[in-house]
Ligand binder design. Sequence first.
Ligand SMILES: [Mn+2]
Length: 409
Amino acid sequence: MSQLQFIHTADLHLDSPFIGLQYLPKTILNRIQESTFASFIKIVDNAISLKVDFVLIAGDLYDGEDRSIKAQARLRKQMIRLEQAGIEVFILHGNHDHLGGNWTTIDMPSNVHVFSSSVEMKSFITKKGQRVHLYGFSYPERHVTEKRINEYKKIEPADFHIGMLHGNVDGGSSDHQPYAPFTIGELLEKKMDYWALGHIHKQQFLHQDHHPYIVYPGNIQGRNRKEKGSKGCIVVNLSSHETTLSHIETADILWSDISIDASKIRTFSDLYLLCRKEMNHQRSSSQGVLLEMTIKNIEMLEKEAIEKIKNGELLEALQDGEEYEESFVWTISVNCHVKDQLVIEPTFKKELEQTLAELTQEESFEKALEDLYGNPYSSRYLEKMTEHEKKNLLQEAEQLVFELVHSNS
Ligand SMILES: [Mn+2]
């Protein structure tokens, strides 16, 4: 029997606007717009049914600095459910929902404890009588670029010490802003029993072989095609000699991708049936799925079938009727690799590859984007591109070049 059990979650991004999905059918768009709430409700369901000692939320509860009233009201409703179940909640606010914004605040029930803008310790005694010390701080403003880890100091006596921090591990993902940076070594020095992190949306265990676990639980609902795969929360069982973790998937919408091998297919009809079959493999009884499809090995496909991939007819056929399914699999895009079937003269191919390689150099990349980022009007609205985005853009550009060559050959 473990001595302490709690749920660690972060990056709820409640009421995410899901920009750019307005083209989807209304039923599916509604499901998506409700998905951050649906996922959080499931987390609370789990906290109540497991009778956990407490719930930790390590920042970015709200998506927008304005903390929509709707998001606050719905969060409050869930906090009240936890209050009625006798479960305390410890919260810190991150870069998305920092304390410096100008919003109307809805008061939370008394089981909710929010960390202030300086690192502080909150003491808590479980029903079994164990003393837990929790440490953390909320972002006073959006951009917290300085190190805050040095302000954490373990205070005895307590049975368990848990650090909460919303920030970026040094050398971590370039997809996230380098806020409140820290190294794994710096966290270990603090001699906590567990580090409940937030900020990075992909689940990561920075330290797990031996005491203490250092964990990014990831966000609770993928918000775009870059946030694929299982999303939810972590259930932590902590005792003086052992830590065990389990991930609970709670996301209502799953972003996914699939690659379809068309090497044995010739006709459009067979291609359609194969895609449908693969879609049904992706179908889940508890989630809606948004699917990116790539068709590979299209050498044997009839020209007409390839044409129907390119002009969107296949996509339309695959989407047909899915908007009425509770467990929908909505195909967002269908791509095929023309490159595979392209026969190019070797010297030209070499030249083409060379040009593409040159484009991947930082310098030429920046040059290509100079007009956009150099423009005082548009640059205001642009965030620095991440490595992941750069890579994607280059892959798309490469594909475009091959397609243009193909259509002219
Ligand atoms: Mn976040």
